[in-house]
Write a protein that binds this ligand. Structure first.
Ligand SMILES: O=P(O)(O)OC[C@H]1O[C@H](O)[C@H](O)[C@@H](O)[C@@H]1O
Length: 298
């Protein structure tokens, strides 16, 4: 697959409004920074590799056509490691495209068109992904995926998540994919977690796929609202992820994840998981969005 060319034209795009900025890499159509009132709002690992040799760690990766390890492809599929092209660019809006190429066809034998529209507003970000089946042989295809948004926090301990996930069923990937129900109001990220293997060592490790979710979630801490996050109903699921010091901090995650990263980031990902895979007939299009609204106080 094509990689960023260090000697070629810049692969980075910048958007701006009077109060917000965004940068995006064409490698993976990967958003690497989003600021409001001069404050960064997305977590990016200081060890992230940006030369195209692996997916970028942090920001907003796109997983397509496979969510996580729910299939035979590499984790999260190939779109986050492909070079996308610019269809149109304005000060605060960019439209990017990705079509099948020889290498992707060898992995997934389908013709497709992905369109990713990123629109920056004064205090929010609209991400809209569409998928079209452009096969010429009448063949339908199915896909899963997510927008793997890494939200930045001063400190994740005691961050609360309220709203759309309450009372929902979820698959607990930290507990053998057992299906559970989210009890009570809100999810609180614990104050302290211990290393895997110690008593209570998985306390802060969260990797859950909430099923058939909808509505708005709010991140807050100490009574202060930090982010409002909404997703379209076309993403049936929502993933909540923080590796903490759990088993995944290590070979699965790799050396590009800051040691203290888990104290600064939480992923809230509009998701299509395996059980809710989307099937498109030739010529059909699926579309899904996530809207991230930043409260002015941080
Ligand atoms: O390490 P990455 O390839 O970015 O994937 C990180 C994570 O993505 C999702 O949130 C999955 O639910 C996790 O199981 C996975 O480990």
């Amino acid at each position: 697959m094509q990689k960023p060319d260090p000697n070629g034209p810049s692969d980075s795009i910048t958007l701006f409004t009077l109060t917000s900025t965004l940068t995006l890499s064409l490698f993976g159509a990967h958003i690497t920074s989003f600021t409001v009132q001069n404050q960064e709002r997305l977590w990016m690992s200081s060890l992230a590799v940006l030369d195209g040799s692996k997916p970028i760690r942090g920001g907003v990766p796109i997983a397509f056509p496979q969510f996580a390890d729910e299939g035979n492809m590499k984790l999260h599929g190939f779109a986050r490691e492909a070079m996308w092209r610019v269809e149109s660019l304005e000060d605060s809006k960019v439209v990017l495209k990705l079509n099948a190429e020889e290498e992707s066809k060898a992995i997934w034998g389908n013709d497709f068109e992905l369109t990713y529209t990123v629109e920056l507003l004064v205090d929010s970000l609209d991400l809209n992904l569409s998928v079209k089946n452009t096969n010429t042989n009448d063949k339908p295809f199915s896909f899963t995926g997510c927008l793997h948004s890494y939200f930045l926090f001063d400190e994740t301990a005691n961050v609360e998540l309220n709203g759309g996930l309450e009372g929902k069923r979820y698959i607990d990937k930290c507990d053998g994919r057992k299906e559970k129900v989210q009890e009570g109001l809100g999810i609180v990220i614990p104050v302290e977690a211990k290393k895997s293997g110690e008593e209570g060592g998985r306390e802060g490790y969260v990797d859950r796929i909430y099923l058939n979710t909808a509505g708005q979630c709010t991140f807050s801490r100490g009574g202060k609202q930090l982010y409002k996050v909404k997703q379209s109903e076309s993403w049936p699921d929502t993933t909540l992820y923080n590796p903490w010091l759990g088993d995944k901090q290590g070979p699965m995650i790799g050396p590009d994840f800051d040691d203290d990263g888990y104290t600064k980031m939480i992923c809230l990902e509009p998701t299509i998981s395996k059980g809710n895979a989307v099937t498109l007939e030739v010529g059909e299009t699926w579309e899904g969005w996530q809207r991230i609204q930043v409260e002015k106080e941080f």
